[in-house]
Write a protein that binds this ligand. Structure first.
Ligand code: PMP
Length: 408
């Protein structure tokens, strides 16, 4: 199907894909929620627990050394993955949500004052809204929202109008999990910097599709989750410009993040450790290394080409079904297809697809303000990944067509 990737060979590396659900071969189209894991990632977890499970950084023994090296190797891989200036500018978090909360709690509390403004967009996931709302409430700052057009694209003229000397933070996703819209973040970063605002990019939906170059983007903070990039759950990356990370206060207190502790006071460790209190998620960090290397070996351009082909095919086939409604028709999209059927609740479509072994997500996708803007309760979301095929899309289309017929 794709000229450069052998999709069957790729599928063979994902044990979970080879099963039946409700008596039908599994068709997994919930990749925007979480991607499946290739055998190399599962092996990395297995090898760690079977071979060298040990706490890191503090141990004076061979296993601790090996675990520490593997853990820090992931930081180097992540720095290359994002093209960060140095590995210590990559902080391990629990995920995108944790990364945004870290920035809001640490940088935000230190820098935001009454009267300041924080800009988000209509397309944001709750995790890129609520932490900023909480910060605004605490500080007496104001949250402003970039509107979208009928295609689900940000209205850039409106964004420019929102930017003022009071704008201190712009927090926007690189790609929308609900509609798939890819936002022009390079341009947004440039514009935000003209008023001196700091830009936080939520890369939860972009890191598996696009080569991220934080230096070329000039982005101040970039966050993502490993589990959306074929890696384990419970792990994420936060990249920050050194000047901010060094000035920011710790997020949590505890072991590892200190230099010296006494009852009179405590001095804090250097970055990245200042932000990594307590025993981290060692096994999953180590397995994330395997995931990033796996993705880099395939190449994001080839992954994107395959996913774009699937998206175009699904769009074409689904559009032939009477009563189909597409949500989000942006010119630039990742492989996320949100749709509905006239007069049918998205949940019912999801249930009927599940009966055919097709896993999609239904509901508001943690974007309630966007759903309110669209005047709907939710959508059906099919999101495609590198291991999906056109034959699987045919199964989806047959299922949706059947629902449309039953409800007609
Ligand atoms: N932002 C976006 C755009 C997302 O798609 C998600 C996950 N659905 C998140 C943030 C939150 O990611 P996590 O749950 O991994 O913290």
């Amino acid at each position: 199907m794709s000229n450069t990737l052998d999709i069957q060979q790729i599928r063979a590396q994902f044990p979970v894909l080879h099963q039946e659900v409700n008596g039908k071969p599994l068709v997994y189209f919930d990749n925007a929620a979480t991607t499946q894991k290739p055998q190399v990632v599962i092996d990395a977890l297995d090898n760690y627990y079977k071979g060298y499970n040990s706490n890191i950084h503090r141990g004076a023994h061979a296993l601790a050394d090996k675990a520490t090296q593997a853990f820090e190797e992931t930081r180097k891989t992540a720095a290359e993955f994002l093209n960060a200036e140095t590995p210590e500018q990559v902080i391990f978090t629990k995920g995108t949500t944790d990364g945004i909360n870290l920035i809001a709690s640490s940088y935000g509390r230190q820098n935001i004052q009454a009267g300041d403004e924080i800009i988000v967009s209509t397309l944001e996931h709750h995790s890129n809204i609520v932490p900023w709302q909480m910060l605004c409430q605490e500080k007496g700052a104001t949250l402003k929202v970039i509107p979208i057009n009928a295609k689900g694209e940000l209205i850039m003229e409106e964004f420019e109008k929102l930017l003022t000397a009071n704008t201190k933070i712009v927090a926007v996703n690189h790609a929308s999990n609900a509609l798939g819209t890819v936002n022009p973040i390079a341009e947004m970063i440039e514009k935000a910097h003209t008023v001196g605002a700091v830009v936080v990019v939520d890369g939860a939906q972009s890191a598996s599709h696009f080569d991220i170059d934080v230096q070329a983007l000039g982005v101040d903070f970039f966050v993502t989750s490993a589990h959306k990039v074929y890696g384990p759950t419970g792990i994420g990356l936060l990249y920050g410009k050194r000047v901010f990370l060094e000035e920011m206060p710790p997020y949590q207190g505890g072991g590892e993040m200190i230099k010296e502790v006494s009852f009179d006071g405590t001095t804090f460790n250097e970055i990245p450790y200042k932000f990594e209190a307590g025993t981290p998620n060692i096994a999953d960090v180590i397995a994330f290394d395997a995931a990033m290397k796996w993705v880099q070996d395939l190449g994001k351009e080839a992954i994107r080409a395959h996913e774009a082909e699937l998206l175009a095919y699904a769009n074409e086939k689904l559009s032939e079904i009477p009563g189909i409604i597409f949500y989000g028709t942006a010119a630039e999209k990742v492989s996320v297809l949100s749709f509905g059927l006239e007069g049918v609740h998205p949940f019912d479509i999801g249930m009927m697809l599940d009966a055919r072994g097709v896993a999609v997500r239904t509901g508001h996708h943690c974007t309630q303000p966007l759903m309110k803007h669209l005047g709907i309760e939710g959508t059906v979301r099919a999101s495609f990944s590198v291991y999906n095929t056109k034959e699987e899309i045919d199964t989806l289309v047959q299922g949706v067509a059947r629902v449309a017929k039953m409800m007609a």
